[in-house]
Design a protein around this ligand. Structure first.
Ligand code: ZN
Length: 312
């Protein structure tokens, strides 16, 4: 099983603690996948649309495959990999097996549904479970939204234990997507550039971010985004850390960006505000002691990991 180096910054980010061996060489061997599913150690995560289904007792997210069958007609079942405890699958049901507020499955008081963001923010699951849930959620989301072939429009079928879809009409193969996003702390001397979007919690400032576009390097995307959002010119860009971000299927690529200009021009369609912060101020924001109650992003966000690294 592949273990991350503990001193890798990426290993500290939320959703990064996935311990599974993904068994990618085995996915096309249908018989081997069947054998894993029938093993007494086999377990599955369960999703109702986007939302994890767990046992009400202790929010245990692991079910025997036969327990999942008891929930009705499954949409897809994919192989996530194998952990020390045994093979792990993820099973997708339609979102409408659950209803109400709080969400529940009618007639099943033994089940609880809590969205993945809340599970992570409130630390209701361990790091390793959050990592496995992130893998499951992003992959199942792709299946939900890619039922039809994007080449010819016919319906497509799952293959390779969930890691591919094949169109039976035109034979096109489709693979799960991961969307790369750059997120960067722009620095100039003892200052760093942070911004806030209107949807942020009051007083919270974070690193600027944006999707990488086709034909762009990570470094070019960083320079373009900082120029677009804050009017700041960026010179050298260096990679710091990455993080899977399952909302729905991003890879956050965290960078340090050396600013070569000072004057900020805020793009008001993207941001409510952007400004320079001193290192001391960022330390106060991280500790929750800022005199104007300004705050750093929450623990599960890679922006916080990047700021912590820069501030210390
Ligand atoms: Zn097709």
């Amino acid at each position: 099983m592949s273990q991350p180096f503990v001193d890798e910054l990426s290993a500290q980010t939320g959703f990064a603690g996935n311990p599974l061996d993904r068994l990618s060489a085995l996915r096309d061997d249908q018989q081997a996948v069947e054998t894993l599913l029938r093993s007494p150690q086999a377990r599955t995560l369960i999703f109702a649309g986007e939302v994890p289904v767990m046992k009400a007792t202790g929010l245990d997210p692991f079910f025997a495959p036969v327990e999942a069958m008891g929930l009705g007609a499954m949409r897809e079942q994919v192989l996530l990999g194998v952990a020390e405890e045994g093979p792990l699958f993820a099973t997708l049901f339609d979102a409408d097996i659950a209803m109400g507020d709080p969400l529940g499955v009618p007639g099943r008081d033994d089940l609880s549904l809590v969205d993945l963001r809340s599970l992570a923010v409130k630390r209701l699951q361990s790091r390793s479970v959050l990592g496995m849930m992130a893998q499951a959620k992003s992959l199942l989301h792709w299946h939900m939204r890619h039922r039809f072939c994007s080449n010819c429009g016919a319906s497509s079928q799952m293959a390779s234990a969930g890691w591919k879809r094949i169109c039976s009409a035109c034979n096109a193969q489709h693979f799960p997507r991961t969307d790369p996003v750059v997120i960067m702390v722009a620095v100039r001397g003892d200052h760093c550039l942070l911004g806030r979007q209107p949807r942020f919690a009051p007083g919270m400032y974070s690193a600027l971010a944006g999707f990488i576009e086709p034909g762009e390097t990570v470094e070019d995307a960083v320079r373009r985004e900082v120029m677009e959002e804050a009017g700041i010119q960026i010179g050298r860009v260096s990679y710091m850390a990455s993080q899977p971000w399952p909302f729905p299927a991003s890879l956050m690529i965290g960078c340090l960006a050396e600013a070569v200009s000072q004057e900020i021009t805020v793009d008001r369609t993207e941001l409510e505000d952007a400004r320079w912060f001193t290192r001391a101020e960022v330390q106060q924001m991280l500790q929750g002691t800022h005199e104007k109650f300004l705050a750093a992003p929450q623990l599960i966000a890679i922006a916080r990991t990047l700021l912590q690294t820069w501030a210390s």
